[in-house]
Design a protein around this ligand. Structure first.
Ligand SMILES: Nc1ncnc2c1ncn2[C@@H]1O[C@H](COP(=O)(O)OP(=O)(O)OP(=O)(O)O)[C@@H](O)[C@H]1O
Ligand SMILES: [Mg+2]
Length: 393
């Protein structure tokens, strides 16, 4: 039976300067064979998390386990983990075959065995014909394939990829996404994949952990993240969102009502922990909001209805994007599918927009950060001063 938590981070925090956590109390389990993506904005701690798992950085607190065993004292090459870096990191003076053989020679695999395995790894990425070239003689996509072959050649149980497709153009990126998904499936790999491209994370992954500020805001399947974001950060970062803010008026077990800037009060699903008086955000996808006059949808007591002024209509082939102003402050987008013959409202007109209570959420802003590593009152110790000069911030 497979171990449900093949990789586990428990209470893992990392500080480079002794003053601030860049990864803050990370708790995350990865199943054997899972494709997990770490998704988040620049500087949110994704690479640091991957580097700790690979063994190039060590956690300040907490522990990381692979298949039940602590990883802390193991150097990178003893971790049974393949790694693909953002910039390929191929050795320019070695041939493609020598690059791919490198992890094998570090592991003291015999010459004959190296030859067979390199051939097999290059076949996997469809590059055996380029074995004797040097990296500079390959295209970006081909170099990326070599990096992939090098990460897979020693048949690691885990492969880590840090923005592996960031440098490729859109078409090549899509081709490589399918390649990686195919290899994941065929080799039953466990993959931890870093990206800040939400579309890439949603299409490739079994599960996505959304990072912000060193903390996991939510770890869930792509559809769960899109349909059921747990806080405002996730709702805004994954997919398009009408994120109007307001004040919570009342809360129930799994619902809340919110007063918007124009005074209208709406109702939606909610998460535990929200209290009346809190600042909160409406999370509503543009395709879930409707213009009853243009779409012929029924409005009943299970719907929110607000008035808004049409600002602009944008034709997008299969749908129109209708941009609206709500009160004097907020803007709103509704996607109207081009499947019916109802007339669209004209710019400047005042209309009703409506959506079902169940189709929106009322969410707290984000998971709060914990305190800095060193309380402000504690003097810096000499070892810390070497990396963070006093007064640097
Ligand atoms: N070696 C280091 N020494 C000091 N600070 C570092 C080091 N590496 C990263 N940091 C800092 O830690 C924070 C997290 O960085 P990290 O590289 O993990 O982010 P990331 O999510 O991978 O971002 P990106 O999407 O830009 O690659 C950043 O504020 C960064 O400046
Ligand atoms: Mg990074």
């Amino acid at each position: 039976m497979s171990n449900p938590s093949f990789i586990s981070f428990s209470g893992v925090s990392k500080s480079y300067d002794g003053a601030q956590y860049v990864v803050d109390d990370l708790n995350l389990d990865v199943r054997k064979g899972e494709f997990l993506s770490l998704l988040g904005p620049s500087g949110s701690g994704k690479t640091t998390t991957l580097m700790m798992l690979a063994g190039f950085e060590s956690p300040t607190h907490g522990e990381i386990r692979l298949d039940g065993r602590r990883l802390d004292d193991k150097p990178p090459h003893q971790r049974d983990i393949g790694m693909v870096f953002q910039n390929y990191a191929l050795f320019p003076h070695l041939t493609i075959a020598e690059n791919v053989a490198f992890p094998l020679s570090v592991r003291r695999v015999s010459r004959a065995e190296q030859k067979t395995r390199v051939q097999r790894a290059l076949e996997m990425v469809e590059l055996p014909h380029l074995a004797n070239r040097r990296p500079a003689q390959l295209s970006g996509g081909q170099q990326q394939r070599v990096a992939l072959a090098r990460a897979l050649v020693f048949e690691p149980s885990v492969v880590l990829m840090d923005e592996p497709l960031g440098a490729l153009d859109k078409r090549l990126r899509e081709t490589m996404q399918y390649e990686i998904m195919r290899l994941h499936r065929e080799l039953s790999l466990t993959i931890v994949y870093v990206t800040h491209d939400q579309a890439e994370a949603l299409t490739m992954s079994d599960r996505v952990a959304v990072f912000s500020d060193g903390r996991i805001q939510q770890a869930a399947t792509p559809s769960e993240l899109y349909e059921n974001a747990q806080n405002a950060f996730v709702a805004n970062f994954v997919g398009e969102n009408n994120g109007l803010t307001g004040r919570v008026v009342s809360v129930g077990e799994d619902w809340a009502t919110l007063a918007l800037s124009d005074g209208s009060v709406i109702r939606g699903r909610s998460e535990p922990g929200l209290r009346a008086g809190d600042e909160a955000m409406l999370a509503l996808r543009p395709e879930r909001a409707h213009i009853p006059s243009a779409e012929g949808v029924q409005v009943d007591e299970h719907s929110n209805v607000v008035r808004a002024q049409v600002q602009e209509l944008v034709y997008c082939g299969d749908h129109h994007r209708v941009h609206l102003a709500l009160g004097s402050r907020d803007s709103f987008v509704v996607k109207v599918p081009n499947t019916q013959r109802h007339a669209l409202p004209s710019p400047g007109s005042e209309i009703e927009i409506a959506w079902r209570h169940d189709d929106c959420k009322i969410l707290a802003m984000s998971v709060p950060r914990s305190a800095p590593v060193i309380p402000a009152s504690t003097p810096l110790s000499p070892s810390i001063i070497t990396t963070a000069p006093a007064g640097a911030n």
